[in-house]
Design a protein around this ligand. Structure first.
Ligand code: FAD
Ligand code: NAD
Length: 446
């Protein structure tokens, strides 16, 4: 096997493997190195997303949503299924099957694109060299004109509540519970906390979420956060905002948690505690000396808008670089870099990377939130469409929700009123009659 390639990708997650495939499709010789090993000792491409993130979490969200709907909604449809029960072992087996199919699928895609898969550790050395140590300890030195770093991210550990499996776990641990914990604590009401909290709540866990910030889901619009909080509470999730965890101690099978909030020191005992307070870039033993690749103060690999590092021919993509930690963002970056290397035009429009929380109902947003637009002092319009008025939404859910959109007012070239405003009186829109619907304006007036 050749030790010299046009492109070497280090990391086979959703940023790295699409980069390798696209490079292969661009007729470049390419190798993809990945060290992921599942707890059963089996190596698998696909990184966090396929093995321990997006895919398994979405599999559990689907199973538990079906279960929940059978209990909460079937009767309203006239479907009688009084004895619906959940076999958690079977749910986990289904999830594992999906993960296996997806991760093995990457090998098939590699074969089709002519990518050489290498399972083991990769380390960037100076002079466009890569040290590859296979899982059996065999060492090789490889070279490539271009090297793409896609080493991903890892969960942040909380000093006051260090991981101690099986009681205090990260998101991967929370995806693997063999049975439903009676009392589940979740530190961090972010995307992972909400998705995995929903999974286990739907199966009957008493879920308490401790969120440090005083606002709920502050990454989304305030209005969306408020509406979402109502839904999660309705589902029975006990979400405590402004809660700062001061300690977590394993006591036999349980965990004693202490935290402070506006009322002072509080105590909580749970059977399992999930720590989901964010992820950090993972670059352990990735960079040898004098590679010219720099990390920023938060540990991300420094790159420009085209994912070029400071070293010629060395690129970095996905969770290990700035920007949202999302699989589709990493995939776009990986494909862009593979195209740029091949001499093609490519770019990523970071303004259009969407975010989705896959709860029920799903929460999604793209671009700036209203709060961010406001902070920039721009004029804007908010349009709200209540799901109550949507037949499709009503067919799906009993509850009400809304879809909101913001836009800067469209100006006519001579600076007159926008076309929309001519048809709609200020603050009104076609759905004004529905609770929560309509159009309102914000920001400075001119
Ligand atoms: P990773 O997926 O972390 O892959 C990096 C790979 O590189 C790993 O296989 C790692 O073993 C390997 N590696 C690292 N260093 C080396 C080295 N030196 N040598 C060899 N191999 C190395 N995002 C979404 O967009 N949608 C979702 O629904 C979603 N759900 C999520 C649910 C959970 C529970 C979690 C934890 C994350 C979720 N994410 C989701 C985020 C998503 O998983 C990440 O954004 C994505 O996996 C990042 O891709 P990546 O390729 O940059 O890194
Ligand atoms: P996150 O940043 O979404 O949420 C972390 C939450 O923890 C925040 O609300 C934060 O305020 C809170 N927090 C931080 N420190 C805390 C502390 N000491 N005590 C209490 N609360 C604290 O991070 P996450 O949920 O861990 O997810 C990690 C990454 O994975 C995210 O970047 C996310 O984009 C990605 N992810 C995406 C999806 C999806 O796209 N559906 C699903 C899961 C994860």
């Amino acid at each position: 096997m050749s030790d010299s390639f046009d492109v070497i990708v280090i990391g086979g997650g959703p940023a790295g493997y699409p980069a390798a495939i696209r490079a292969g499709q661009n007729k470049l010789s390419v190798a993809c190195i990945d060290e992921w090993k599942n707890p059963d000792g089996i190596c698998a491409f696909g990184g966090t997303c396929l093995n321990a993130g997006c895919i398994p979490s979405k599999a559990l969200l689907e199973s538990t949503e079906l279960y929940h709907r059978a209990h909460e909604e079937f009767a309203a449809h006239g479907i009688k299924a009084p004895d619906v029960t959940m076999d958690v072992g079977q749910m986990q087996k289904r999830k594992a099957g999906i993960v296996k199919t997806m991760t093995q699928g990457i090998l098939a895609l590699f074969k089709a694109a002519g990518v050489t898969p290498l399972q083991g550790h990769g380390k960037l050395l100076s002079g466009h060299r890569v040290e590859f140590v296979a899982h059996d300890g065999t060492r090789r030195e490889l070279t490539a004109k271009n090297i793409i770093l896609a080493s991903g991210s890892a969960p942040v550990e909380l000093r006051s509540a260090p991981f101690q499996s099986p009681q205090i776990v990260d998101s991967w641990g929370a995806l693997e519970f063999p049975s439903v914990p009676k009392r589940l604590g979740v530190i961090g009401a972010g995307v992972i906390g909400l998705e995995l909290g929903s999974v286990w709540r739907r199966l009957g866990s008493e879920v308490v979420m401790l969120e440090a910030l005083p606002d709920f889901l502050a990454v989304a619009d305030g209005q969306v956060g408020k509406e979402a909080l109502r839904h999660f509470k309705k589902l029975g999730m006990d979400i405590r905002l402004g809660a700062k965890v001061t300690g977590a101690k394993v006591a036999g099978e349980a965990v004693d948690v202490t935290y402070t909030d506006v009322k002072g020191e509080q105590k909580l005992t749970v059977d399992r505690l999930v720590v989901a307070i964010g992820r950090r870039p993972y670059t352990k033993d990735l960079l040898g000396p004098e590679t010219g690749v720099e990390l920023d103060e938060r540990g991300f690999i420094k790159v420009d808008h085209q994912c070029k590092t400071g070293a010629e021919g060395i690129w970095a993509v996905g969770d290990c670089v700035r920007g949202p930690m999302l699989a589709h963002k990493g995939k776009e970056e990986g494909a862009m870099v593979a195209d740029l290397i091949a001499g093609n035009f490519a770019e990523v429009n970071y303004k259009t990377v969407p975010s989705v929380v896959y709860t029920a109902p799903e929460i999604a947003w793209v671009g700036l939130t209203e709060e961010q637009v406001k902070a920039q002092g721009k004029a804007y319009k908010v349009g709200v469409f209540p799901f109550l008025a949507s037949g499709r939404a009503r067919r799906l859910f009993h509850h009400t929700s809304a879809v909101a959109g913001r836009s800067r007012p469209h100006r006519r070239p001579h600076g007159g009123r926008s076309a929309r405003r001519r048809h709609e009186p200020r603050g009104r829109g076609p759905y004004q009659g529905w609770a929560g619907g309509g159009v309102r304006e914000g920001g400075p007036r001119d």
